[in-house]
Design a protein around this ligand. Sequence first.
Ligand code: ZN
Length: 280
Amino acid sequence: MDTIINYFTDMPTLHRSIFLFGGLAFFLMIESAIPFFRFKNNRLKHTGTNIFFTLTTVLVNLPMAFLLLATANWVTINNFGIINMVALPSWLYAIVGLMLLDLIGAYAIHWIEHKVKVLWKFHLVHHTDQHVDTTSANRHHPGESVFRYVFTLLAVLIVGAPMWMVFMYQTCSVILTQFNHSNMNFPIWLDNILVWIICTPNMHRVHHHYRQPYSDSNYGNIFSTWDRLFGTYMKVDNAKLKYGVDTHMDPAEVTSIPNILKMPFQPYRPPIEYDREEVL
Ligand SMILES: [Zn+2]
């Protein structure tokens, strides 16, 4: 455990980039070899658009990284935060810390983004992707990256996470979101086992279905625990899913980078009313 902690304490920036872009390349290869859905879209353009938004996410986070470092150092020096209240063995300290960071820094803000109209208009960018694959993981509006960052800061403060734990969390988060957005035909028996602990592709794809209530389920990032605990977990045969958002189904509108950037500033479109609720 000490070796792992030491590694994340001095984690080189190069390694962080390798996890981000290496993970992307790794899952792109697998989903090309064994795809779940056989999309007929322009894959190069789709990848290019999503890589553009991955880069803007990195760019937004970089200048604010010092605040994260300062907060993590402050909680460590002052022994502040939930996980510092009781003495725990280091492995349990790490697991509880990661789970709580995941709850506040990912699940909570994601749920709020679906409930608050102004935030939804930013998060919409992520959901309007009609061909979800591993590159969709970081398709976020730069504005969304800012309020997600605020929640990460809040999480570090409340949890009392030292910097090594923040790096460990961010590394797991990058890999897991690339994994659960990937369009690979992941063995369902293995998915069914893993989903007791982590958010798997079979679980997260449901969240990208084009209409409610399915798009308002499975908010989890790393651990599936929070969806199970708060009653937002849904299991659906993925073959029945259709990606996108019903209010924004025009492909031209959701594939153009300039339009995607403008989306949060366009008028709010209320959810479409259907005669019957869809049961998948
Ligand atoms: Zn969402």
